[in-house]
Design a protein around this ligand. Structure first.
Ligand code: B12
Length: 368
C-alpha cells in the first residue's frame, strides 16, 4: 500500500467514532430508540460504510460505493430500519470529509458520497434471480424449494433428472447452482430466509457439486488444454463461485489446482511458482478485499519466476464495475465461469506467440 492508501484506510476508526458521536448529539432520540448497544452498532456500521468508501476512492470506482448503498437500502428495508438515520450518517461523513485537507482523494470521496446519497433516495427493489423463461428456470425453482424444505435427497434427484433429460453439466452449474445461490443471497438480505437456511443451501449445493464431480468431471482425462491455479484473496470466505469456475475449466480438459478461500499469500506465491500455470484465477466477493487483490497481484508481478503467468480476476465487485480489473493490475476478467474459459483462451493465444519468440531468442543464445 502507498502512504496515501495507508492514510485512507487508517483514519477509518477515528472518523467512524466522530461521525457516530455527532449523530447521537444531533439525534438524542437514537439513544432512547436503541440504547447504548445501539451506539456501538451504529459505530460499527459507520466503519463498514467507510471501508466501502475508502475502497471506492482508492480504486477510483464510485460505482462500488453506489452499489453498496443500494444493497444497504434493501437490507435496511428487511430490518424495518429508518432510512433517514442512514442518510443523516452519510451526510455527517460528507461534512467530516469536507473538513479534510484538499487533495485528489478528498475530492473523489466527496463526489462518491454525493452519488451514494442520491442512490439512497432511489428505489432498491431487487427482483428474483429465478425466472421461468430462463434455461432450466423451472428446475431451478424446484431445486431451491427442495433446499429450503431441507430435502437434500429431493434436490439431488432433481439434478439427476435434469441430467437424464439432457442438460449439460455447465448448464446445471450456471442455471441451477449459480442462480439458486444468487437467489439465496437475495432472500437472506430481505430476511425471507435465515442465516441457517443460507448455510444449509450452500452446503447442499457444494455437496451436489462434489457428487457430480465424482460421477462426471473426475472421470474425464485432462487433455492439458492449460494449467489453472485458483484462489480467493485475503480473508475472502466466498469460495463457491471460484470452485464452480475451476470445475468448468476442468470440464474443458484443464489441469486445475483449486486452493479455495483464505489462502496464505506466501504459499500461493510458492504454488504458482511451482505449478507455472497458464492462468492464475483470483477471486474476491467482498469489496473490502479489492485493495488486497491489488496488493497480491503487485507482489506476484514482482516475482521474476512468475513472469509468464496470466492473471484473471473476478467476483462481485468486478461484476459491479467491469473496468475494475485493470486497476488491480490483472490481465483480464470475466463475469462468470463460462466466459472465464473464453477469456483464458484469449489470453493464452496472446501469450503463446510471446513465448515462442522467447524460446527462439533462447535457442539463439540471447537473453529472455
Ligand atoms: C454463500 C454465501 C456466503 C457464505 C460463503 C460460503 C462459501 N463456502 O463460499 C458465508 C456464510 C461464509 C458468507 C459470508 C458473508 N457474506 Co455472503 N453470500 C453468500 C451467497 C448467498 C452465495 C455466494 C455464492 O455461492 N454465489 C454463487 C457463485 C457461483 O457466484 P459468484 O460468487 O458470483 O461467482 C461467479 C462469478 O462472480 C465469477 N467469478 C467468481 N470468482 C471469480 C474469479 C475469476 C478469476 C473469474 C474470471 C470469475 C470469477 O464466476 C463465478 C461462477 O460463474 C452470496 C449471494 C451472491 N449474490 O453471491 C452472499 C453475499 C455475497 N454475502 C454477502 C455478505 C454481506 C456476507 C457477509 C458480510 C455476511 C456477514 N454479515 O457476515 C459475510 C462476509 C464473509 C467474508 N469476509 O468473506 C453479500 C455481499 C453484499 C455486498 N454488498 O457486498 C451477498 C451478495 C448476499 C446479499 N445479497 O446480501 N456468505
Amino acid at each position: 500500500m502507498t502512504k496515501q492508501e495507508d492514510a485512507l484506510f487508517a483514519g477509518i476508526e477515528e472518523l467512524a467514532l466522530a461521525v457516530t458521536e455527532e449523530q447521537y448529539r444531533i439525534q438524542p432520540d437514537l439513544m432512547e430508540r436503541y440504547g447504548s448497544p445501539g451506539f456501538e452498532k451504529s459505530r460499527r456500521d459507520a466503519v463498514y460504510t467507510l471501508h466501502y468508501l475508502a475502497e471506492s476512492v482508492d480504486m477510483d470506482s464510485p460505482s462500488l460505493f453506489v452499489h453498496y448503498i443500494g444493497w444497504l437500502k434493501q437490507l435496511l428495508a428487511g430490518y424495518g430500519l429508518n432510512e433517514a438515520d442512514i442518510r443523516i450518517k452519510l451526510e455527517l461523513i460528507l461534512d467530516q470529509v469536507r473538513m479534510e485537507p484538499p487533495g485528489e482523494d478528498r475530492d473523489r470521496a466527496i463526489r462518491t458520497l454525493e452519488m451514494g446519497i442520491v442512490r439512497m433516495s432511489e428505489p432498491a427493489e431487487e427482483p428474483s434471480y429465478i425466472r421461468e423463461d430462463q434455461p432450466l428456470g423451472q428446475a431451478c425453482r424446484i431445486y431451491l424449494d427442495a433446499l429450503l424444505g431441507r430435502d437434500r435427497a429431493g434436490a439431488y434427484a432433481l439434478i439427476d433428472s435434469v441430467m437424464e433429460q439432457g442438460a449439460t453439466l455447465r448448464e446445471v452449474y450456471r442455471y441451477i447452482f449459480q442462480t439458486s445461490q444468487y437467489e439465496v443471497g437475495r432472500l437472506w438480505q430481505t430476511r425471507e430466509i435465515s442465516v441457517a437456511d443460507e448455510h444449509y443451501c450452500s452446503a447442499v449445493t457444494q455437496s451436489a457439486m462434489s457428487r457430480l464431480y465424482a460421477d462426471w468431471i473426475g472421470q474425464k482425462k485432462t487433455d492439458r488444454s492449460g494449467v489453472l491455479v485458483s484462489a480467493c484473496v485475503g480473508g475472502e470466505m466466498h469460495e463457491i463461485g471460484l470452485r464452480m469456475l475451476t470445475d468448468v475449466f476442468e470440464m474443458e480438459g484443464w489441469e486445475t489446482h483449486y486452493l479455495g478461500s483464505r489462502m496464505d499469500e506466501e504459499q500461493l506465491l510458492e504454488t504458482v511458482a511451482e505449478k507455472q500455470p497458464d492462468i492464475l484465477a483470483l477471486s474476491a466477493t467482498m469489496t473490502f478485499h479489492v485493495h488486497l487483490m491489488k496488493k497480491q497481484i503487485a507482489r506476484l508481478r514482482a516475482d521474476r519466476r512468475l513472469s509468464e503467468v496470466k492473471i484473471l480476476v473476478g467476483g462481485l465487485p468486478f461484476n459491479v464495475d467491469s473496468t475494475l480489473w485493470r486497476r488491480v493490475g490483472a490481465d483480464g476478467y470475466a463475469p462468470d465461469a463460462d466466459r472465464a474459459v473464453l477469456e483464458a483462451g484469449r489470453l493464452m493465444r496472446l501469450s503463446r506467440p510471446e513465448r515462442e519468440r522467447k524460446t527462439d531468442r533462447e535457442a539463439e543464445g540471447g537473453h529472455a
